[in-house]
Design a protein around this ligand. Structure first.
Ligand SMILES: NC(=O)c1ccc[n+]([C@@H]2O[C@H](COP(=O)([O-])OP(=O)(O)OC[C@H]3O[C@@H](n4cnc5c(N)ncnc54)[C@H](OP(=O)(O)O)[C@@H]3O)[C@@H](O)[C@H]2O)c1
Length: 254
């Protein structure tokens, strides 16, 4: 895919040391963009991404992350920005009534409060920008045993709709809802499910893959290519959309 308009563009890519965020950073860099990698431990990824990548170590759930990332954008990009991938690790597995209050608050800080604090500072830096949130298939269909995601991801989808109106026409805001991709996060979830069912992680994976119409987990680059499209001006009339990238897993209509 050629996305020439990404050449020379500047992006903040959150959760970009591993997994889906990392793949998106690689995709953006491959099209000539510069990326500011945000994660708690970004150094190894920055070294591998090459000279157009810079890193800032920040925990998106923490109150001070937004200020630190904003300062880094000023230092690295002179305060100008073309887009943001809002992404991090997922919230903890568990059941609604069994999480502690601290776990519920932590999930809220990670998925909603942190991104709101961040965009409060970064949105004004974009003159024709694009923001993409990575959510989950749980925005359409709850996932067994992942209730903090089941409850809070739909709220993130609502935030996307709200911001798509409030930041327009300067900044477009969309979201991507992954199904199951082969990342550390999904391997950990498979290991947890395997333990609960007394099966191997490989069998847990095979059962999950059997329920996906395309018959396999996605490769992170298969989400990253869609993210790069939404972050580029090639998607200039797409705003407020929630796009499933799930191999056909979600069966809800539409
Ligand atoms: N993979 C899937 O199939 C799938 C499906 C549905 C939804 N999702 C969602 O998509 C997102 C990304 O998933 P993934 O599979 O790529 O996860 P992953 O492999 O666990 O990677 C998570 C990334 O986020 C960073 N991160 C984690 N917590 C952070 C924090 N508090 N502040 C800043 N950075 C943080 C991690 O780096 P550091 O450790 O360096 O901080 C890492 O770079 C998650 O929210 C996940 O729930 C994924």
């Amino acid at each position: 895919m050629r996305l020439d308009e990404l050449q020379g563009r500047r992006f903040v890519v959150c959760g970009a040391s591993r997994g889906l965020g990392r793949a998106t950073a690689e995709e953006l860099v491959s099209h000539g963009a510069s990326v500011l990698v945000v994660s708690r431990n970004p150094d190894a990824a920055v070294a591998q991404l090459g000279p157009t990548a810079t890193g800032i170590a920040a925990d998106l759930a923490s109150a001070e992350a937004a200020d630190r990332i904003d300062s880094a954008v000023n230092d690295v990009f002179g305060g100008h920005l073309d887009g943001v991938l809002v992404n991090s690790g997922g919230p903890p597995a568990g059941r609604a009534l069994e999480y502690t209050d601290a776990e519920w608050s932590g999930a809220f800080e990670l998925l909603l409060a942190g991104p709101i604090r961040l965009l409060r500072l970064l949105a004004p830096l974009m003159s024709a920008g694009s923001v993409v949130f990575i959510t989950s298939s749980s925005v359409r269909q709850p996932i067994e045993g992942l209730d903090s995601s089941n409850v809070l991801r739909p709220a993130v989808a609502a935030l996307v709709k709200v911001l798509a109106r409030e930041l327009a026409p300067t900044v477009r805001v969309n979201s991507l809802a992954p199904g199951r991709f082969d990342t550390d996060r999904v391997r950990e979830l498979d290991a947890g499910r395997a333990q609960a069912l007394d099966i191997t992680p490989q069998i847990a994976r095979e059962r999950a893959e059997a329920a996906i119409p395309l018959g396999r987990y996605g490769e992170p680059v298969e989400l990253a290519r869609v993210a790069a499209f939404l972050l580029s001006s090639a998607s200039s009339y797409v705003n407020g959309s929630a796009l499933q990238v799930d191999g056909g897993s979600v069966t809800a209509v539409p």
